[in-house]
Design a protein around this ligand. Structure first.
Ligand code: 5RP
Length: 215
């Protein structure tokens, strides 16, 4: 699988143009992208990072990391996913970085998602849907989700996000209407963000087949 992640990540370099400030996601597939980006670092202005983990890797390669508030609108965001459907809607947040990932995706003109073939699904939801919550609202949000969906929230105990919050993973969903569910879950007080990327799906998905599949 690591070869597949690397193929997808290296193909994403085709989308990087001279002088760009590149939005960078989080995860093992993105780690390959950062390594590939290091090879052309003299051609880019720098990166905006979605996690402390990616920031450390970027800086380790000597790539400058800028704050999104100073960067403004980005031309390109490259990130992985836990699941991807044929409409390029995604589940993300397996690495607990979903909130910053969602912010950078929103700030970017083009979102290129890089995945290995195991991430492709017809219907999202087999991978438990991550939701970042304010710690004091954990139980309240969990009860609201059970009432709204009948699915089972599980607290990812011991994990604290880069924003100081907690994660609930929602098991047992079959997400036939991602946009509707994303909107509904976003309404629950205490929800910081929902790991469903349907309102802002990927624009391009690169699957790390050999040769890579792009859709
Ligand atoms: C982190 C994410 C990652 O993009 C997702 O978990 C995929 O990770 P990997 O590339 O390691 O399979 O959403 O919050």
């Amino acid at each position: 699988m690591s070869d597949a992640k690397r193929y997808a990540a290296e193909k994403a370099i085709d989308y990087v143009e001279d002088g760009m400030l590149v939005g960078v996601g989080t995860g093992s597939t993105v780690a390959y992208f950062i390594d590939a980006l290091a090879g052309i670092k003299h051609r880019i202005q720098g990166a905006v990072s979605s996690s402390e983990q990616s920031t450390a890797r970027l800086r380790g390669h000597g790539i400058e990391v800028l704050d999104l508030n100073h960067a403004g609108q980005l031309a390109l965001y490259v990130d992985g996913a836990d699941e991807c459907d044929p409409r390029r809607c995604l589940i993300k947040g397996g690495g607990a970085a979903l909130t910053r990932e969602k912010i950078i995706a929103e700030a970017s003109e083009k979102f290129v998602c890089i995945v290995d073939p195991s991430k492709q699904v017809a219907v999202l939801g087999k991978f438990p849907l991550p939701i970042e919550v304010i710690p004091m609202a954990r139980s309240l949000v969990a009860r609201a989700i059970v009432a709204a969906t009948g699915a089972q929230p599980v607290w990812r105990e011991g994990v604290v996000t880069d924003n100081g919050n907690w994660i609930l993973d929602i098991h047992g969903l079959a997400i036939t209407e991602p946009l509707v569910l994303e909107r509904e879950l976003n309404q629950i007080p205490g929800v910081v963000s929902v790991g469903l990327f349907a309102r802002r799906p990927a624009d391009v998905v690169i699957v790390g087949t050999e040769p890579p599949t792009v859709f």
